[in-house]
Design a protein around this ligand. Structure first.
Ligand code: AMP
Ligand code: FE
Ligand code: FE
Ligand code: ZN
Length: 288
């Protein structure tokens, strides 16, 4: 096991700090590790500083959750430049849009007679807000037996306090574009849970999607085998991740993806290298 390309810290809906994840990754013996917080880049520099003299490579990453054609499509970005202005301002916009969505969810819950506030929900994370933080509070209030149940009962699509993402949040095409503008590689996350996968994949490949997350706890083995073929046929790169969040959203399996091989990492890097990296050209000009 050499790598894990999908994980979350308390900068989004994960339980732990970047430092705890990095320690865990080192203990597991990983060589390549991506923290892919939702709409937040805060963990990247911290993790890189902590691994400077270790064999662990931190791959800068992000996960952008979008709604498209009535379902959730999450786009991962790898080797993005965390300083890229277009990307940082787009993510700031996403976070504002998310906070307004969470406020709308809270209003619906209050209409159901639930005594929940934005202040309380905000205490559950240190960065990007989302439905998980609402679910943590609902569980803590005893309104659900688990975070998963809080989702099902109140805030999944079709539940009484569900609110879709706002129109001002990014769609997957915009997510792919901003990731590529920041020098990154774009990957569709956990396709195993995307119902209209084939048609969505076709559309997004036309927009420059670079790869698919073939190995993920929510892709059963048969699905992963099918996705391997799809990747091969369409010249898409293959990634994989544990989607580690700690135990906050339910019991986790820990870090590391058995199936990832050095060749997968190599191809991801080749794909990243084939996009011009904006920060490198900036630095080049600055040096003159
Ligand atoms: P949001 O982007 O605010 O809509 O939150 C979506 C995040 O909530 C996903 O990335 C998952 O981490 C988590 N999530 C979504 N559905 C569920 C569920 N049914 N149970 C637990 N966590 C979920
Ligand atoms: Fe998450
Ligand atoms: Fe996701
Ligand atoms: Zn994730």
């Amino acid at each position: 096991m050499i790598a894990d390309l999908h994980s979350h810290t308390y900068y989004s809906d994960g339980e732990f700090s970047p430092e705890t994840l990095v320690r865990n990754a080192l203990k597991t013996g990983l060589r390549h590790f991506a923290i892919s917080d939702h709409d937040h880049l805060g963990a990247i520099a911290e993790a890189q500083a902590l691994t400077r003299n270790t064999p662990l490579e931190i791959i800068p990453a992000v996960e952008i959750n979008t709604d498209w054609r009535n379902e959730e499509v999450h786009i991962l970005g790898y080797f993005i430049d965390p300083e890229h202005e277009g990307l940082t301002s787009a993510l700031a916009g996403q976070r504002r849009s998310r906070e307004l969505r969470v406020e709308a969810i809270i209003r619906k819950l209050q209409q159901l007679g639930i005594d929940i506030t934005l202040e309380k929900v905000k205490t559950k994370g240190k960065g990007t807000l989302g439905r998980p933080h609402v679910a943590f509070v609902l569980e803590e209030m005893g309104l659900a037996g688990s975070v998963r149940e809080a989702f099902e009962k109140y805030i999944v699509r079709g539940a009484p306090a569900y609110v879709p993402r706002r129109e001002d949040s990014m769609n997957p095409v915009e997510a792919i574009r901003v990731i590529k503008a920041a020098g990154g590689v774009s990957v569709m996350a956990h396709p195993g849970v995307v119902k209209n996968f084939s048609s969505i994949l076709d559309a997004l490949m036309g927009e420059g999607l670079d790869g698919i997350e073939v190995y993920h706890p929510q892709n059963p083995p048969l699905i992963s085998a099918y996705l391997e073929e799809v990747a091969e046929k369409n010249d898409l790169i293959i990634t994989g991740g544990s989607d580690f969040h700690g135990d906050g959203l339910g019991p986790s399996r820990g870090l590391g993806v058995r199936e990832l091989k050095p060749s997968h990492i190599q191809k991801l890097k080749e794909r990243a290298g084939s996009h011009p990296h904006p920060s490198l050209s900036h630095r080049g000009r600055g040096d003159l």
